[in-house]
Write a protein of this length. Structure first.
Length: 67
């Protein structure tokens, strides 16, 4: 039970911008969202990641890149 109070994950949005392409489901515009994720233990940062996520502006569906 104490583990829940000692560990924390914080996510903060850094910015949004238009991405190329369109949504395969509805044809709406795609936006790229840059976010910063911090994992903390007792108020000390353990891990710090910056990730980019893609989503549609019309249907709000989260999109993934196919490689």
């Amino acid at each position: 039970m104490c583990w829940v109070f000692l560990c924390d994950e914080r996510e903060r949005e850094l910015g949004r911008r238009r991405a190329s392409g369109s949504c395969p489901c509805c044809g709406g515009k795609v936006v790229a969202i840059d976010s910063e994720i911090k994992w903390m233990f007792c108020l000390l940062t353990i891990c710090h990641n910056i990730k980019r996520k893609y989503s549609c502006t019309l249907c709000s569906k989260r999109l993934e890149l196919c490689t």
